[in-house]
Ligand binder design. Structure first.
Ligand code: DGL
Length: 287
């Protein structure tokens, strides 16, 4: 019996774009996609029930990414944005191979950071899984050049954003403990290697002032999506502006709050139950 529930429907340009993250971080990508492609219909899935992914094992992340990708295909998505560096690092090749729609992933902006840093010292904040992934190592090998990259796992930061905490004293102290060694080492550029972190930009500015230029790849991802839709003749030019369809595997309360306060989008959040593919496998016979 096959457990893959991929829709046989062939999407057209009026179909929605699916965007997914472990939680609320992908909303920073959704913001850029809406600005670049205001006519596209969007379905956003936050897997907040299972966030953070950044401290999960690799199989779990691949399993959730495939399950949510398949669910979005089943909802008629014409393209998928994996708006999560951690899920991209662990699963993008497999998901690209298995899903029948074009997709875009997210990677830390090592290349643009190396291009703009004058001090040749760059800080990277990302999840532990992203930093230890082969894809991230390969980005450093290809693009770091003569730059020194100080890589710091942002333990606790995803959880803070999931609680809609972008400025509490405890969060500021945590963030400062991550940024101080970078500033002490004369870093002049900071790569935000997790889509949750752009929501901490004001806090980062408060700590670092103008000493760090922030590299956030969300606008580049939106442009990449635009190119991809054009290449597949899937760009929607007719649809008037609509609110995104927000979905969450948790209760969606934080999502609604963060979208309203930081994106000025007041939209309801649907609870969705997206079972892991492993959980859908039939139980083995007990002998
Ligand atoms: N927004 C995800 C990323 O870009 C966060 C991963 C997590 O849930 O730890 O990596």
């Amino acid at each position: 019996m096959s457990v893959t529930a991929v829709s046989p429907m062939i999407p057209d340009a009026s179909a929605p774009v699916g965007i997914f993250d472990s939680g609320l971080g992908g909303l920073s990508v959704l913001r850029a996609v809406r600005a670049t492609l205001p006519r596209e219909r969007l379905i956003y899935v936050a897997d907040s029930l299972h966030a953070p992914y950044g401290e999960r094992d690799d199989d779990f992340i691949v399993d959730r990414t495939m399950a949510i990708g398949e669910w979005l295909v089943g909802q008629g998505a014409k393209a998928l944005v994996v708006a999560c560096n951690t899920a991209t690092a662990q699963s993008i090749a497999l998901v690209r191979e298995r899903l029948p729609i074009p997709l875009v992933g997210v990677e830390p902006g090592v290349k643009p950071a190396a291009a703009v840093s004058k001090s040749r010292v760059v800080g990277v904040l990302a999840t532990a899984v992203t930093l230890r992934s082969a894809r991230f190592q390969s980005l450093l090998d290809r693009y770091a050049g003569d730059c020194r990259f100080i890589c710091q796992a942002g333990h606790g930061l995803v959880q803070a954003v999931e609680r809609c905490d972008t400025s509490s004293p405890a969060l500021m102290a945590l963030l400062e403990s991550y940024l101080a060694p970078m500033l002490d080492a004369n870093a002049d550029t900071l790569v935000l290697g997790c889509t949750h972190y752009p929501f901490l930009d004001r806090a980062i500015r408060q700590i670092a002032g103008e000493r760090l230029q922030i590299v956030d790849t969300s606008v580049a991802i939106a442009r990449q999506l635009e190119r991809l839709l054009d290449a597949h003749a899937l760009r929607n030019t007719a649809q008037p502006d609509t609110l995104p369809r927000f979905c969450s595997t948790a209760d969606g309360e934080s999502q609604r709050q963060l979208a309203a306060s930081l994106l000025q989008i007041d939209a309801p959040v649907e609870h969705v139950d997206i079972r892991s593919r492993r959980a859908r496998l039939p139980e083995p016979d007990i002998v």
